[in-house]
Ligand binder design. Structure first.
Ligand code: FES
Ligand SMILES: [Fe+2]
Length: 425
């Protein structure tokens, strides 16, 4: 349980708030590279700031204030030039540093005044990595943008976004909550399919270990022992706002205090060892609402997570909780954030900031050698049964079970690539 003051401190992310300042010290994924293949701008709201992301015709990315400094037009309706972004209203143009580089009328009538030299728009750096575009809103110098080893894995990748109308922290606390798999995903999925049971194997023990880039959580269930990778390898609650489970990441990016952008990065490993080049990593927005009933969708793993987070309230009231032994990880994460606020106040770097680029190469994260998803029961009466995660048919890739609304063309492309490779093995 937290005090009301602590809960406010941990959940507010706007400019000038303590947690907002802490979270701005980390690169955040805000878009897919492939989104800017078909459009030159994307409106973005991040940490309570309205911004526009763009790629100019030279391929340079920029992230600027949404509103033009001339008379406040919305720059997400602007258009990309060879260099920079031009406002659609009166044609002022800006480069990725926020410098005003053109004012067509002023330069015609009073070129000597060089008015543009006195105009600047707010700008933040953007980097592309792993098919994602990452923004950094913190103080300079920016830290390294993590170079996770799995970004280089051979396979078919896809990026999935969803906007979730609740605070980011309750989403992230789900990243260090092993017991919820048993209930929210396994047991609930069985009941959603209209069956009464059986119950999935119980958790007997959970463990949490801090490492350089977050916490590793471990579990022993009735059907596993400490020899099993669920315990011996574990999974990563990645700092400060992500989950990594082996072949996918889920970032919970704060849009503002009451909205979160869920960013999923998914890898399907392909048969065989031959290299595979994916020209562009496709991206899509997930469905979250049942249009028939207006209720949240519960059909897919992350949709089920969304139902849990949204049910906690727009900002979970942590003064009303009753935390138990299963919540040791949640408690540790909260404490670490609160401790790091003091570190920042003293001028230090918070957890997981990496500044030496020579060490930022293919960083290790825990991953099961077996590659099996957690929802599969390994032994006992339900052995081999997929509960929340779906097993594929032999000779086909696994159907996408994480989020609702996958475009059929993406599923078909994976199946095509997968089958082609499978026939060569
Ligand atoms: S409002 Fe943008 S150029 Fe006038
Ligand atoms: Fe979950």
């Amino acid at each position: 349980m937290l005090s009301e003051e602590e809960n406010c401190t941990l959940t507010q992310v706007g400019p000038g708030t303590p947690m907002g300042e802490l979270m701005r010290r980390y690169w955040q994924p805000i878009a897919a590279v492939s989104e800017l293949d078909t459009q030159s701008t994307k409106p973005v709201r991040l940490f309570g700031e309205d911004l526009v992301l763009y790629r100019d015709r030279a391929g340079t990315y920029g992230l600027l204030d949404r509103h033009c400094p001339h008379r406040r037009a919305d720059l997400s309706y602007g258009y990309a030039e060879d260099c920079g972004l031009r406002c659609h209203y009166h044609g002022w143009a800006f480069d990725e540093t926020g410098r005003c580089i053109d004012q067509p009328f002023e330069e015609t009538t009073h070129p000597e005044a060089r008015f543009k030299d006195r105009v600047q728009v707010k700008a933040y750096p953007v980097e592309a990595k792993a098919g994602l575009l990452w923004a950094y809103l913190g103080p300079q110098p920016a830290p390294c943008l993590w170079d996770w080893e799995v970004f280089y894995a051979t396979g078919f990748k896809q990026i999935v976004f969803a906007e979730v109308p609740c605070n980011w922290l309750q989403c992230q606390e789900n990243s260090i909550d092993p017991v919820h798999f048993e209930w929210l995903h396994s047991n609930w999925s069985v009941r959603l399919r209209g069956r009464d049971g059986p119950y999935s194997p119980r958790h007997l023990k959970v463990g949490f270990d801090e490492f350089d880039y977050g916490y590793i959580y471990r579990r022993v269930r009735e059907d596993t022992t400490e020899e099993d990778e669920l315990w011996s390898v574990g999974r990563a609650c990645l700092w400060p706002n992500a989950l990594y489970t082996g072949d996918h990441f889920e970032w919970r990016v704060p849009i503002d205090d009451t909205h979160t952008l869920s960013v999923g990065w998914f890898l399907d490993r392909l048969p065989g060892d031959a290299p595979f080049e994916q020209a562009s990593i496709p991206s899509w927005y997930a469905e979250t609402t049942d249009v028939r009933t207006g209720r949240w969708l519960d059909t897919h793993v992350m949709n089920q997570d969304f139902v849990a987070w949204l049910g906690q309230g727009v900002i979970a009231d942590r003064t009303q909780e009753h935390l138990g032994d299963s919540d040791r990880g949640v408690t540790a994460v909260r404490k670490r954030f609160l401790d790091d606020l003091e570190v920042i106040a003293d001028g230090g770097d918070p957890k997981a900031i990496l500044r030496d680029e020579s060490h930022n190469e293919r960083l290790w994260l825990p991953r099961f050698a077996s590659g099996q998803p957690t929802g599969i029961t390994r032994s006992g009466p339900n052995a081999g049964q997929a509960t929340a995660y779906t097993l594929g048919e032999a000779g086909k890739p696994r159907p996408f079970s994480f989020l609702a609304g996958q475009p059929p063309a993406i599923a078909a492309e994976l199946e095509r690539v997968w089958s082609e490779r499978n026939s060569q093995v």
